[in-house]
Design a protein around this ligand. Sequence first.
Ligand SMILES: O=C(O)CCC(=O)C(=O)O
Length: 234
Amino acid sequence: MALCLANVRPTWRRAIPLSAICSHSKALCFSSAESHAISPNLEFSPDCDEATKERLRGNMKIHEDFISAEEENNLLEELELKFKRSRYQYDHWDDAIHGYRETEKPTWNEVNNNVINRLRSFAFSATTMQHVHVLDLAENGHIKPHLDSIKFCGNTISGISLLSPSIMRLIHIQRPEIFAKALLPRRSLYIMKDFARYDFNHEILSNNESFFRGEKVTKTRRISVICRSPPPSS
Ligand SMILES: O=C(O)CCC(=O)C(=O)O
């Protein structure tokens, strides 16, 4: 489905060969115990200076257990109906996403609408785009590094993760040796804004790259329910 999603992410950058920058070993990649305590869901590359860490902490927030298991089930029930007849796409080599299906949902049943409204009022200070973007990533799917179009999306992107944990990696656009991994647990909410949204590409790592502080994070099928702020002019 084309929807506005092709518009939201037209700025694709090739995956940066992170192997050139960092292996996934504990020793090489990441930062101190103290940093873990301040931001348990963020892991920074060794080149990430304190000022950048601080700005990222303020602009990339992860809230664990934002929804309950029951709320997750309710959302899944409605979404499974929506996805029933669509297949996962594994298309062109340069596609932005591998192994996915997606939709935009303008309306929800009453129970789920309450959850969406909670997300909106928690993550956004002003109005959000009406349609909610839902991305269903297969177990073998991943999202390549990209920047959501500034023409079609404003300063905040916020999403709930259903079914599986995953790792979102943010890579500084000008200085790719500066990057951070965000652990997005199942049923958590992330809020990515301003510095994290504009100065970094973001991606969802494939299962075989899915490590956090040296530990494997098994990504199974994952569905994200994403709201965005509108671009400033709209
Ligand atoms: O699945 C997610 O939470 C992130 C999706 C994403 O990268 C995007 O839609 O730009």
